[in-house]
Design a protein around this ligand. Structure first.
Ligand code: AMP
Ligand code: GLY
Length: 429
């Protein structure tokens, strides 16, 4: 146990990173939390300072961490992990929490992830990988629609096309392999079977060998009420999830998480960090992997960390030191629920710089407003992204957490801003 208080750097600037910085700043072991680049919420969070360095500027982050004697760097988003921030920091002798560049390929390359799952017998949709347009089209004709077409690389959540009909699938394949629509990320495509069932996330801390599951959570990915409208990064989330029974949790651990961690270790890529498996649970109760993410979910992190009744820094230390089996995480028994306020137009184009008013910094025992795409311009809080805030609340049950989150959201105004009114009220998308 460190006797001196430590300085922490959180990389990223979304709602997940605001929640990470807020939680880490509460640790008795922490002196100061820096967030690069942060947002309008982390700018005024007690114990937290923003640093104007982009999350993908590895050289800038490394220089800052060295100069400011950062003791631990915690990485929020996938892009710096896939770009190799953990390798870069480790080579310089700096502690940085997350998977290495090669292990992060689990998220960075869907073809890599599919091949990995096939080799290790981890359940997932049937698939084939293509770089040649004619081969891909021939396979599409063979399997027909509905079918799922995925760009191999990171495409900001837009690289997955759920094609109900053949024409949509063909257009997606042509856009990726001939049209350069996704650049290098789409130079390889994965074509896979469309799985039916209930979608769930499973998020855990991993130390290379041991797995510490976080509490269960669920997010709503569709833009509109009732699970309708385009796919987004997530319009709201809550924890715990009523869908995760102890029996299902055991299956997810035994059939997906353990074989994933042992498979990676066997391949010489021991995985350290947060690991998020996006799963489809079939009618027979069997989990299949839709995707891996090498990070925490956003917005799942906001309700999860509101429920975490433990020192997050101590848990991260245990993961980095390979002793996760010696610690446990306590979770508050209440439900936590977060609703995203988004800018008009999201997930398509939207304006920035729109003024926000109301209780945008509310932080009580029950309610915390986490910021995502916000910025402080001359002391005025303005929007700076598509997902702007995640208003998160605790309650004895989901209904109470919901009513608290929506009550605060109702007091906040932003021109053109919108939110779903059914977060936590429906099981659908
Ligand atoms: P991904 O980026 O791989 O998570 O895909 C984004 C979303 O597409 C997922 O959250 C699922 O809702 C959906 N999805 C991805 N793959 C499949 C599949 N094989 N079958 C059904 N839905 C899928
Ligand atoms: N909320 C889904 C994700 O973070 O990928």
């Amino acid at each position: 146990m460190a006797t001196q208080q430590r300085n922490i750097l959180v990389v990223g600037g979304g709602g997940r990173e605001h929640a990470l910085a807020w939680k880490l700043a509460q640790s008795p072991q922490v002196a100061r939390v820096f967030v690069a680049p942060g947002n309008g919420g982390t700018a005024t969070e007690p114990g937290v300072d923003n640093v104007p360095i982009a999350a993908t500027d590895l050289a800038g982050l490394l220089a800052f961490a060295g100069e400011r004697r950062i003791d631990l760097t915690v990485v929020g988003p996938e892009a710096p992990l896939v770009a190799g921030i953990v390798d870069t920091f480790s080579a310089a002798g700096l502690r940085c929490f997350g998977p290495t560049q090669t292990a992060a390929r689990l998220e960075g390359s869907k073809a890599f992830a599919k091949d990995f799952m096939r080799r290790h017998g981890i359940p997932t949709a049937q698939h084939r990988t293509f770089t040649d347009l004619d081969d891909a089209l021939a396979y599409l004709r063979e399997v027909g629609a509905p079918v799922v077409v995925k760009a191999d690389g990171l495409a900001a959540g837009k690289g997955v096309i759920l094609a109900e009909d053949f024409a949509t699938a063909e257009t997606a394949v042509r856009d990726m392999l001939a049209g350069q629509r996704f650049g290098a990320a789409g130079a390889t495509v994965v074509i896979e079977a469309w799985l039916r069932g209930r979608e769930l996330s499973y998020i855990a801390l991993v130390d290379g060998e041991h797995i510490l599951p976080l509490a269960s959570s669920q997010d709503h990915k569709a833009r509109d009420d009732g699970g309708r409208g385009p796919n987004t990064g997530g319009m709201g989330a809550f924890s715990p999830s009523p869908l995760v029974t102890p029996a299902l949790e055991q299956r997810m651990l035994d059939e997906v998480m353990r074989p994933t961690i042992t498979g990676l270790a066997a391949d010489g890529l021991p995985y350290v960090g947060f690991l998020y498996a996006g799963l489809m649970i079939g009618a027979d109760g069997a989990p299949k992997v839709l995707e891996y993410n090498c990070r925490l979910g956003d917005p799942e992190t906001q309700p999860l960390l509101m429920r975490l009744d433990a020192d997050l820094l101590a848990l991260i230390d245990a993961a980095m030191d390979g002793r996760l089996h010696t610690v446990s995480a306590r979770w508050r028994p209440e439900t936590a629920l977060g609703v995203v306020l988004a800018a008009g137009g999201y997930p398509g184009g939207y304006d920035k710089g729109i003024a926000l008013s109301g209780p945008v910094d509310r932080a009580t025992a029950d309610v915390k407003v986490f910021h995502a795409g916000t910025a402080l311009h001359d002391n005025q809080l303005v929007s700076d992204g598509g997902r702007v805030l995640c208003v998160t609340a605790l309650g004895a049950d989901r209904a109470l957490a919901r009513s608290r989150a929506y009550a605060t959201l109702g007091e906040i105004s932003m021109r053109g801003g919108f939110y779903r009114t059914d977060i936590g009220g429906t099981i659908a998308g």
